[in-house]
Ligand binder design. Structure first.
Ligand code: 1GP
Length: 241
């Protein structure tokens, strides 16, 4: 059943905050799947995202199949490339990097993905992806060869997400970049939230409970955390029911 997106909408209507745990197959040991996913299951996490900027062919499929053996949570692909598409997942964020001006990440990869998608039953969710600068160059910036948006030009960020919404995107992902030095500030998140009608996902560089709470308070419907758990699984203590 293709219900991931509808369940997100329903959760938001019920004022439920959503949390996605991001697993980068490139930095994840498959042998650790059972123990890691057990911690995810016992936490407040509502989704598992799987993806990374540079992942070898077929690795995503192996990781997703293994994760699915241990959880009922929806597993959503957050792919850095077409090679990361696998039928084993429940849904796919069909990302358009609308902060950038590289046609490959606006339409090129999408065209390339179609023949692969036709062979799956994946729920495909059109998602605007907006990369915002942080103090260091992140992998996404490097791989996509795009310039992130300035943190100070908030009006341009707002106009960008609204343009994405008008183009028909169903989710909007505000991204500071994996392992960002600084997560996105309240002003950026709340300014976007004020104008946006579709669900807002926020991620990148969240390393503390207060940053997580601030993201929700500022208007994020879903927050994504990855690096902090790769570095130290004791962060799950902050994610208890
Ligand atoms: C990266 O937004 C996600 O694409 C999560 O970022 O790894 O810094 O938590 P972190």
């Amino acid at each position: 059943m293709k219900e991931v997106y509808n369940n997100i909408l329903e959760a938001i209507l019920n004022n439920k905050k959503l949390l996605a745990i991001l697993i980068d197959p490139d930095k994840f040991s498959v042998d650790n799947t059972a123990s890691f996913i057990k911690k995810v299951n016992m936490s407040v996490a509502t989704h598992i995202f799987v993806g990374g900027s540079t992942v070898e062919e077929h690795v995503t499929e192996i990781v997703v199949s293994e994760i699915k053996k241990h959880t009922y949570l929806p597993v959503v692909l957050f792919p850095g490339d077409v090679s990361q598409i696998t039928k084993e997942a429940d849904a796919l964020l069909f990302l358009s990097l609308i902060s950038g001006r590289n046609p490959e990440y606006l339409i090129g990869k999408h065209v390339e993905a179609v023949s692969k998608l036709k062979k799956t039953n994946l729920e495909t969710i059109p998602t605007g992806y907006v990369l915002i600068e942080n103090e260091k160059k992140t992998a996404i910036e490097e791989v996509s060869k795009t310039t992130p948006m300035s943190r100070t030009n908030i009006q341009k960020i707002v106009d960008t997400v609204i343009a994405g919404e008008l183009l028909g995107m169903k989710l909007m992902y505000l991204e500071a970049g994996s392992g960002a030095k600084e997560s996105l500030n309240q002003e950026i998140i709340s300014s976007v939230k004020k104008e946006l009608k579709i669900p807002l996902i926020v991620g990148g560089g969240i390393r503390s409970k207060s940053e997580l709470e601030n993201a929700y308070k500022s208007g994020a419907d879903m927050v994504v955390v990855g690096t902090v758990l790769e570095e130290d699984e004791s962060f799950f203590d902050n994610l208890q029911m």
